[in-house]
Design a protein around this ligand. Structure first.
Ligand code: 13P
Length: 258
């Protein structure tokens, strides 16, 4: 089964509102009406209102990089799902390795966020992945399984098909050292197997699993052409509209031969 492929850009803590608007103009002039690949941009919170406007009549979808699970309350510095909905976000990245490792987010917290995202009709992009040390200790599957199963513990079955998983090995993020497509497929097959045990095979066929970690216009094709890889979550290379558009085009090229 060929699922719609995704090219998602995670801008992390890059771009002011002004820079984001200039990017949108440059990127949309390339995109035009192109809809064969699902394109998602996840800017910092501050740029969401401007991008919500500029992307509103385009095929490019908007996502956030994080959120709190509560709807409102005394949570200084946090952003609620209702606030993202108001800005017409459709996706939200949850459990990114930078959140897990730098900000000490636990898999239990990520699970609460996933549940809350579904309650608000936001599609979670749930990130999982092992560190280099964990991989070298042979613990990749164990780590990925823990992050995955706690992440989807309270998944409403009727919405499970909208879940997106991103396999992002920590050692490949921002290092210029991407995993090999073969290594990525191995872990993605394991993720699909675990999802299947929980949700049933029919549902699993609908869930999209992305690869992330040093994806570039040059290497993206080799990932997304693989039957089990449904797109990419791109950091650094998504910051340049030309490069991100190239990634979208390469993804489309792969789709045609899949
Ligand atoms: P890079 O593409 O910069 O390695 O970042 C990957 C990532 O963390 C996307 O979420």
């Amino acid at each position: 089964m060929v699922r719609t492929l995704i090219a998602a850009g995670n801008w992390k803590m890059y771009k002011t509102v002004q820079e984001a608007s200039a990017y949108a103009e440059a990127f949309l002039s390339r995109v035009g009406n192109f809809q064969e690949v699902e394109m998602i941009i996840c800017p910092p919170f501050t740029a969401l209102p401007a991008l919500s406007q500029s992307l509103s009549h385009s095929p490019v979808k908007l996502g956030a990089q994080n959120m709190h699970w509560e709807v409102k309350g005394a949570f200084t510095g946090e952003i609620a799902p209702s606030m993202l909905k108001e800005l017409r976000c459709q996706y939200v990245i949850l459990g990114h390795s930078e959140r897990r490792h730098i900000f000490r987010e636990t898999s239990e917290e990520v699970g609460k966020k996933v549940q809350s995202a579904f309650a608000w009709d936001l599609c979670p992009i749930l990130c999982v992945g092992e560190t280099l040390e964990e991989r070298e200790n042979g613990a990749t599957n164990q780590i990925v399984e823990e992050q995955l199963l706690k992440g989807i513990e309270s998944l409403p079955p009727e919405k499970a098909h909208t879940l997106v998983i991103a396999y992002e090995p920590v050692w490949a993020i921002g290092t210029g050292k991407a995993a090999t497509p073969h290594d990525a497929e191995e872990v993605i097959a394991f993720i699909r197997q675990k999802l299947g045990e929980k949700l049933g095979q029919e549902m699993v066929e609908k869930i999209r699993i992305l690869y992330g970690g040093s994806v570039t216009p040059e290497n993206v094709f080799d990932f997304v052409v693989r039957p089990s890889i449904d797109g990419t979550l791109v950091g650094g290379a998504s910051l340049d509209p030309e490069k991100f558009w190239k990634i979208v085009q390469e993804t489309y090229r792969a789709l045609q031969v899949k």
